[in-house]
Design a protein around this ligand. Sequence first.
Ligand code: P6P
Length: 334
Amino acid sequence: MSRKNQTLGEFIIENQSSFKYTSGELSRLINSIRLAAKVVNHEVNKAGLVDIIGAAGDTNIQGEDQQKLDVYANNKFIQTMTKRNIVCGIASEEEDDFISINSQDENHQNKYVVLIDPLDGSSNIDVNVSVGTIFSIYRRVTPVGTPATIDDFLQKGNQQVAAGYIIYGTSTMIVYTTGDGVNGFTLNPAIGTFYLSHPDMKFPENGKIYSVNEGNYIHFPQGIKNYIKYCQMEEGDRPYTSRYIGSLVSDFHRNMIKGGIYMYPKSSKNSNGKLRLLYECNPMAYIAEQANGKASDGFNRIMDIEPTELHQRVPFICGSKNMVEKAEEFMRNA
Ligand code: P6P
């Protein structure tokens, strides 16, 4: 049961008992993500002062080495989760391989692994467009007491126990699921507290917004080309509106609130698309399905795809259920 204006901390405690693994570790893990989100939010929001604080590679006015924000975000999330002694391993878009975490007091007793895109869309920061952090959480599949292995990370998306994103936009929000619906929390920066602002978020079944980089149109599969032309036709509730921010978290978040579809298809330039299965598509797919939406690669449910490597890319179509199914129909009939 969720109540507006509840704090994220109160929500976690109230809903902990509804989570089937009620060890409290997942609650502590979500809390560590909450803390890292506040620290990264502060840094992202002052990025516009780069002339004062110095660009990446410079030293800022405090004489500290100024890091690229995605490197900074990566380090903050990894440090925070490691210090809380909760996870046995972390994989990140910013790290070539996964990081095995030796818990301080016991050897590898922690049960969870986290996969993270610490700052998706970071190239938008220079033009003051919102960016996001995406996270995906699994229970380990290898024996507790041993170091995490790649098998703990190469799990299908349908095995996730939690997933979410932080959007650093006009306001900063955490949106996440632990398998019992999707809830959104907005940061009150004056007191550093996240409040439940969007309880039980749901994708509208239909929408009138399509999000795709149409600059790649000539490289798209015929089915995607046909669906884009369908969106643009004067018929019934169409033409739809084209909105593409170039930041997955922002396009996804708007589509979940207003209804819409996001597509990053494969193309003759990107044979598997651009987005990463494990720490972009799977977590967003989990959230989408928990919010009555849908996520596929054009033919298959994203969360049923068997991963083969940590940074593998897949074509990604996600959003309002009826819109995704219409796009899949065009893909099948092309
Ligand atoms: P393009 C950001 O780099 C990202 O991973 C997503 O956040 C975004 O939707 C997409 O890539 C933008 O890619 O090729 O359209 O610039």
